[in-house]
Write a protein that binds this ligand. Structure first.
Ligand code: PEP
Ligand code: MN
Length: 359
């Protein structure tokens, strides 16, 4: 007897499910028709006032047993699904996405073409400390065939009492040394109002990990015609990283090089944890070049060669690492910068690997 009742109730339930299904799809067709009219009239698809009216209307008719909050939640999901139906796939795709553009974006800086399938190098000191210090590194960098010199002039330090960088003076030093050795120069800018000024000094503007979600800075970077090196925030997901790049591209500047520089995890044996799989994920999901900063991701000199090899093997478009003429007395990151002989050995090891891969 009980079993019979159960079967009957279940049958009724199945029928109601099908009725709901029919009604949901009937509603979806109406949404599509309304969407067409809105498109013809260039009206926005989402109308929050109309949505609120519909929800109020429904809740006013609710007699339970569901409470108003639950009903509102359920109907909002239905409304959301309707809106999603209207957004065609192409329209939803981000400008930086592979879906939007199949071909790799190739960014040419000083004849180094990031995104062309080869590995390019950006080397130099953590911070610009003096003309002489930058020049020593620049000389070694250029003698070894590297074309891009890095050096921080505005240093976003964890402690306000640590060396903050030479500011514009540091950019001037970089530019002068860069011109002398035919090197393109890369440096971090932390303040949106400095972006315009930086254009005169820099070949690539770096946005650092601590500023990956500084949206005003991203917008300012998007408004200029200069390659941007965007570093992943130390606690940023890949999706947040991609959206940060989208901020820049949506303003019109598509010259963006992404940089994986390690993320913060519970593992204390390296400064950050190099998220090596971010490289192929970003290459699949975006059309932008992606480089790996082995210095800030590991914080350890002994790991620079193996992590750089891993980066090349996994398809990175470039490697960034720090070199200082005398790391022991460096004003920042003294534990992780290479000295010049070490840098030469580093390059030698990687070039060997590159040859092996090409065979
Ligand atoms: C840097 O490259 O100088 C730097 C500060 O790195 P990050 O922003 O990745 O910490
Ligand atoms: Mn550094």
């Amino acid at each position: 007897m009980e079993n019979n009742e159960m079967t009957q109730l279940r049958n009724e339930m199945d029928e109601i499910n099908l009725e709901l299904l029919k009604l949901i799809n009937k509603r979806a067709k109406l949404v599509q028709k309304i969407g067409e009219i809105k498109q013809q009239q260039s009206m926005k698809r989402f109308d929050p006032v109309r949505e609120r009216d519909m929800l109020n209307h429904i809740i006013n008719h609710n007699t339970g047993p569901f409470d108003a909050g639950t009903i509102e939640h359920l109907f909002k999901e239905i409304f959301k699904a309707g809106l999603e139906l209207l957004e065609d796939d192409d329209g939803k795709a981000l400008l930086v996405s592979r879906q939007k553009k199949q071909d790799n974006t190739v960014i040419n800086v000083n004849d180094e073409k990031f995104g062309d399938g080869k590995c390019h190098f950006i080397m130099g000191p953590c911070a610009v400390e003096s003309y002489e210090q930058v020049e020593k590194v620049a000389q070694a960098v250029s003698e070894n065939g590297v074309k891009l010199l890095r050096g921080g002039a505005f240093k976003p330090r964890t402690s306000p009492y640590d060396f903050q960088g030479l500011g514009i003076e540091g950019l001037k030093i970089l530019k002068d040394v860069g011109q002398k050795y035919n090197l393109a120069v890369v440096s971090e800018i932390v303040n949106p109002t400095h972006i315009e000024e930086a254009i005169d000094y820099l070949d690539v503007i770096q946005i650092g990990a601590r500023n990956m979600q500084n949206f005003e800075l991203l917008k300012a970077a998007g408004d200029v015609d200069k390659p941007i090196l965007l570093k992943r925030g130390m606690s940023a997901t890949i999706s947040e990283f991609i959206n940060a790049a989208e901020y820049i591209m949506s303003r019109g500047n598509g010259n963006i090089i992404l940089c994986e520089r390690g993320i913060r995890t519970y593992e204390p044996s390296t400064r950050n944890t190099l998220d090596i799989s971010a490289v192929p994920i970003l290459k699949q999901e975006t059309h932008l070049p992606i480089i790996v900063d082995v210095t800030h991701s590991t914080g350890r000199r002994d790991l620079l060669i193996p992590t750089a090899k891993a980066a090349i093997a996994i398809g990175a478009d470039g490697i960034m690492a720090e070199v200082h003429p005398d790391p022991a007395v460096a004003l920042s990151d003294s534990a992780q910068q290479m000295d010049i002989p070490m840098f030469e050995e580093f390059l030698c090891e990687l070039v060997k690997q590159d040859v092996t891969i090409q065979l």
